[in-house]
Design a protein around this ligand. Sequence first.
Ligand code: ZN
Length: 251
Amino acid sequence: MKKIKFGLLLALFLSLVFVSAALAQGETLNLSLSRDFGYGGFGGDIQGTFSLHASGPSTLTRVEFFIDKTKIGEVDKAPFNLQFVTDNYPLGAHSFSAVGYTSDGEELSSPKIDRTFVSASAGTQAGLGFVIPILVIVFAVVILAAVVPLLSGRKTVNLAPGTPRQYILGGTVCPKCGRPFAFSIFSLRLVVARLERCPYCGRWGFVRGVSLGELRAAEQAEVQVARGQVPETPAEEKLKKELDDSKYRDA
Ligand SMILES: [Zn+2]
């Protein structure tokens, strides 16, 4: 009696082990799709050369690949990959699946992958539909960057050196020509710097505000620079005058 009970328990236990082992082995076959060349857009639209990849237990020996109900190929060695070209199949919705066979006689089914095959031109159009807006934005930015300095004028201000300025919004010393100028209301303000155009040399640059003391010092420095250049101007004018005079003489 006891022996029979034990035998039943053992049978039950063994069957449980067997069932759980079978469940553990009954892993599904994994299936994935990758694009090798072509278009893989939104909404499951694809066009071009793609590959199906199947993976499963180590006992997997052979995988058959299907598009809808049609077997498109089989692979009997890992890696279980199969390449295909969408143009070889009718346009429209298709379902991929794979069936794997293990060395211990199991048959594993993969989940299905649904995609829509589109024509090459549709794929290109959809791709362009995505790329064109980006190109438009890029061109707009490039054009704006070129036009804004033109609109604000290439003209420069001719202010006598050392003239005291009003620095209502603060100011800076131009890193290019060294002359101080006040910030404009319209300058592009970034966290620590401003995009400003120097009114004297006309060049753009990212500048930081400096103290009023430094600005006044820069005004004085202008006078120093101007003094250094003073002898040049009359000499040039003299030469010009001489040239003009010579014209009259010849005439
Ligand atoms: Zn400047």
